[in-house]
Ligand binder design. Structure first.
Ligand SMILES: [Zn+2]
Length: 239
């Protein structure tokens, strides 16, 4: 990854649909203005350095409708997240359990969560649980596949780190860490395995050269099909 370019950040608020919305203005060396809604539901405006305030305001006014639509979409996704979860490629609706257990129980499309969990804690608790599950599953996959890579690898057996990443499923660092996205837990296990194998192939080639893909094809002959499947998931991802 390239080093971060210097940016100046400024926070303000905006009145939209009768609600106060946080706005983060990021000034950097760029030519045009760019608008987005981040994963916290905040508005982000990227602007060139020394862009006059009236220009920013005019830009926001011009894109008011777009912004309102995006914020609506964000709220809908958030609401859906409180109603259901994705786990290993399946959808489960949340329901408070009648029995006393400490962990969620997934059964027939329902995630029965412990009755001691309050609704406000739900997402946070579910994420913590999912992280535990991820640790186990990802480690199993690494343990299973590593013997096929250890010989001639540029690093020793990579150490697992689970991260919440916005733009990638995984990465392998030359320092010997395999970083895997927590969000992978929402996907079909076959796709998780493909990402793990992809990252382990980087233990031999850090780039995406033909050598890299030759190795990938050798380990997972149907990897292209899986990659296409992953792209479909990415496209349907609303956030
Ligand atoms: Zn890669």
């Amino acid at each position: 990854m390239s080093p971060q370019r210097q940016t100046h950040e400024h926070k303000t608020t905006l009145q939209l649909q009768g609600q106060q919305v946080n706005v983060i203005i990021k000034a950097s060396q760029r030519k045009s203005l760019r608008l987005s809604v981040n994963h916290n539901g905040e508005v982000e405006v990227k602007i060139p350095l020394r862009c006059p305030k009236h220009e920013i305001m005019a830009f926001l006014t011009r894109h008011n409708q777009w912004l309102e639509d995006r914020l609506d979409q964000f709220k809908q996704v958030q609401q859906l997240q409180r109603q259901q979860m994705q786990h290993l490629g399946e959808t489960y609706r949340f329901r408070r359990s009648e029995q006393s257990h400490k962990q969620p129980v997934l059964m027939a499309g329902v995630c029965y969560y412990p009755n001691i969990w309050t609704e406000t804690q739900l997402l946070e608790k579910v994420e913590r649980w999912q992280r535990e599950q991820a640790k186990e599953l990802y480690q199993q996959l690494i343990d299973h596949w590593w013997p096929q890579f250890s010989q001639g690898a540029l690093i020793s057996k990579p150490i697992l780190r689970i991260k919440k990443m916005r733009s990638r499923w995984g990465s392998l660092s030359s320092k010997g860490y395999i970083n895997l996205n927590l969000k992978l837990m929402e996907l079909d296990p076959k796709l998780i395995e493909m990402v793990v194998v992809h990252e382990l192939c980087h233990s031999h080639y850090f780039d995406h050269s033909t050598h890299f893909y030759r190795l990938m094809a050798e380990k997972l002959p149907h990897y292209k099909q899986l990659e296409a499947q992953l792209r479909v998931v990415e496209k349907n991802c609303a956030y």
